[in-house]
Ligand binder design. Structure first.
Ligand code: PBG
Length: 331
């Protein structure tokens, strides 16, 4: 076996060109999915305090400008979250024609037809209690919730969504959604399942952005225990069997081991969600001058690719795409 001084690892690290030649993973704007929050307001961009640079957008020229600038930077997909004008116990605005997500899908498909439009499918932004489903006897009723999710995905597909992304962690949700889409004449609409989603404190800023904190209790009866990884493989296997087209692990950075485990077991396209709390931490440190923002963001995004993600959902999408355009491959 060769070793020092015959082997010198530094030989291939000597110049930028050599490093680029032996780089094992790539990072590009086409890997990103950019999450957007859409509202019922008009002509309004409402910044989210805990997520600097991210805003709630009205579905008009404000949204059109945002997606045009993302597409111009090479981003090929967006994920829509809706903040409805009103909430009620069963989240009826989640499947209403003319609600913000349904209008946003149609508008984006008209103004940037090539952009892949994905929709988040969950009831927490739409229920007045902020839970991810229908409440019966003080708990989220799984099967009653599936019936509502079927209406939600049908309305998103009818508006023109390319991909629906169920995030509620209900048992059987992928099968129920596939059945609903096929039954309603949308066999081409794909499902990106939030297959492995943990009950995480890193969603804090998102709940400000989406106005969706639970009014009582928490989400631990349906989201996963952060201590578990074998369970993640069971969750993913069920969603594959139910017909998911792609899988997601969420959150991102604290669960890279889970991402790797899912990557090794399954061949479906795999996404990692770099969630709001991860974004807020980087932004806060950068604003204080405690880290080099550009370098940290690109290092984080590179880590998802190295751990096995094909796709990265990230609020950094636009700034990272701009940085990668300046210096492609340099991260
Ligand atoms: C549920 C949903 C959540 C996120 C994405 N979809 C919140 C939750 O489960 O409480 C979190 C995303 C983030 O923190 O960036 N609709």
């Amino acid at each position: 076996m060769s070793e020092f001084p015959v082997v010198r690892m530094r030989r291939l690290r000597r110049t930028p060109a050599l490093r680029a030649l032996v780089r094992e993973t790539s990072l590009a704007a086409s890997d990103f999915i950019y999450p957007l929050f859409v509202t019922a307001a008009s002509n309004q961009r409402h910044e989210i305090t805990s997520m600097p640079g991210i805003a709630q957008l009205s579905v008009d020229g404000v949204l059109e400008r945002e997606v045009a600038s993302a597409a111009e930077l090479g981003i090929r997909a967006v994920l829509l979250f809706g903040i409805p004008a009103s909430k009620d116990p069963t989240g009826t605005q989640s499947w209403a024609d003319g609600a913000p997500v349904q209008r946003a899908v149609a508008l984006i498909k008209k103004s940037v037809p090539d952009l892949v439009v994905m929709t988040d499918v969950c009831l927490c932004e739409y229920t007045d209690h902020g839970h991810c489903g229908i409440i019966k006897d003080g708990a989220v009723d799984n099967d009653a919730t599936l019936d509502v999710l079927a209406k939600v995905v049908t309305s998103h597909a009818a508006a023109g969504a390319d991909v629906v992304a169920p995030s509620g962690m209900m048992d059987g949700m992928v099968a129920a959604i596939r059945r609903a889409l096929d039954g309603a004449g949308f066999p081409r609409t794909a499902i990106l399942s939030y297959a492995v989603k943990y009950a995480s404190a890193f969603y804090g800023p998102f709940r400000e952005a989406a106005e969706s904190p639970p009014a009582f209790g928490d989400r631990k009866s349906h989201q996963m225990d952060p201590a578990n990884v074998r369970e993640a493989l069971r969750e993913a296997a069920l969603d594959v069997a139910e017909g998911a087209d792609a899988l997601m692990v969420k959150p991102g950075l604290p669960y890279l081991d889970v991402l790797r485990a899912v990557r090794e077991r399954f061949d479906l396209p795999l996404a990692s969600y770099n969630v709001s709390g991860e974004y807020a931490m980087v932004k806060a440190a950068a604003r204080n001058g405690w880290v080099d923002e550009r370098a940290v963001v690109l290092e984080v995004l590179r880590a998802f690719r190295r751990a096995g993600a094909d796709l990265i959902l990230t609020y950094h999408a636009k700034e990272a795409a701009a940085w990668l355009r300046e210096t492609p491959g340099d991260a």
